[in-house]
Design a protein around this ligand. Structure first.
Ligand code: NAD
Length: 355
């Protein structure tokens, strides 16, 4: 066994079907009486239902959460927190809504109950990414780790099949990098494999039958496992690339993860093939990268950066940003190799084609 340090995070997790009915009890358990419910504009209806269900414990609804947690949106939400003297936030939605709840918690220390409806995994992490004036910065702080997660499978049934696939691949990416990261540990590696296996079972079924409750349950369980990995250990090249492409080129979050994952995995598999063996085994493939690529194709996931709106003329600039501030990665970061990786991802070639 290799030496390791593992800091477990403390969170209460409620998982099941119909669990949204328990949110009021969770508030009562923490002696909270004035919840500000958060959603995106698209999920306002779900937020209104929550407001009704919470009755006297609900203060108001803020339905303005947006991708990449813009600081202007947080400031607007904070005005509402103050106006209604909220004593907690209840975030219902994907990573964007969870991000807003975290941004409020960072500034107010208010407790958070998160009800995730996608597989992004933010609810299980002490990480917050925010954007201001077009630049995205990320920080880790225990202040933003949600106190309670309520996973209700029923709320994920409406996640469109296409988003289910990309969101699921986004989750798998956390676990793939968690297996080879510098501060990996044996407990988190087991959780990572469990998460990848659950999503690998579930996604093809949901792709065919989006209302398959058992597969939805498996997928949400897998997403929790993968989020736990992201919250517990550091990431590497794959997450860095997606951060740059999302933050500086405005590419969509989950879709970018879907396109990049096989290519970043091929890049690193040269250095950490042993750590990635469980991934190759789950996909019954000769390599983790090829297994991930074939899986994504089978699910009709986006396969090219070009279809996400990236311009070929921006690839050099993207590599420049990625090389600019150095970070740990198992395979040395070489400008030429990175450029090849982006080129493969841009055109949708097989992973590792340019390496
Ligand atoms: P998202 O939250 O932006 O959701 C995309 C759209 O889908 C939104 O309109 C949302 O309302 C809608 N939606 C979500 N669940 C739905 C459902 N069940 N039914 C119908 N519509 C639904 O996208 P995301 O991929 O979940 O999250 C991406 C954001 O989360 C990014 O900003 C990313 O940086 C952040 N993120 C942060 C962390 C972290 O640890 N800090 C981890 C992962 C992602």
């Amino acid at each position: 066994m290799y030496p390791f340090v593992y800091q477990a995070l403390s969170q209460r997790v409620v998982f099941g079907s119909g669990t949204i009915d328990q949110v009021g009890d969770e508030l009562a358990r923490m002696d909270l009486a004035k919840a500000l419910v958060l959603t995106t504009p698209q999920q306002e209806e779900t937020g209104r239902k929550m407001l009704e269900a919470l009755g006297a414990r609900a203060a108001d609804l803020f339905a303005g959460a947006a991708m990449h947690t813009p600081v202007e949106v947080t400031e607007k939400a904070l005005e509402q927190v103050n106006a209604v003297s909220a004593d907690c936030v209840v975030s219902i939605g994907g990573g964007s809504t969870t991000g807003l709840g975290k941004a409020i918690a960072l500034r107010t220390d208010l407790p958070q109950i998160v009800i995730p409806t996608s597989y992004a995994g933010s609810e299980a992490t002490p990480i917050l990414g925010e954007t201001k004036d077009g630049a995205k910065t990320t920080q880790r702080s225990m202040k933003v780790l949600p106190e309670v997660i309520v996973y209700d499978v029923d709320l994920t049934m409406s996640l469109p099949a296409k988003m289910t696939v990309t969101s699921g691949l986004n989750a798998i990416a956390h676990s793939v990098e968690g297996l080879y990261t510098q501060d990996r540990n044996p407990v988190i590696s087991i959780i990572a494999q469990e998460g990848i296996a659950a999503l690998t079972r579930a996604l093809p079924v949901i792709h065919e039958r989006p209302d398959d409750a058992e597969a939805r349950s498996d997928a949400l369980y897998g997403a929790w496992a993968c989020g736990t990995v992201l919250g517990a250990v550091g990431m590497a090249l794959h997450h860095k690339i997606c951060h740059v492409l999302g933050g500086s080129f405005d590419l969509p979050h989950a879709e970018t993860h879907s396109v990049i994952l096989p290519h970043a995995t091929a890049y690193n598999e040269r250095a950490v093939a042993r750590e990635l063996t469980p991934v190759a085994s789950i996909f019954q493939s000769e390599s983790a990268a090829l297994g991930l690529w074939t899986f994504a194709r089978r699910l009709d996931a986006p396969m090219t950066l070009s279809e996400l709106g990236m311009k070929q003329s921006d690839l050099d600039r993207a590599v420049g940003i990625m090389m600019n501030n150095p970070y740990w990665n198992p395979q040395p970061l070489l400008e030429e190799d990175l450029r090849g990786l982006l080129d493969d991802a841009f055109f949708g070639r097989a992973p590792g084609a340019s390496l």
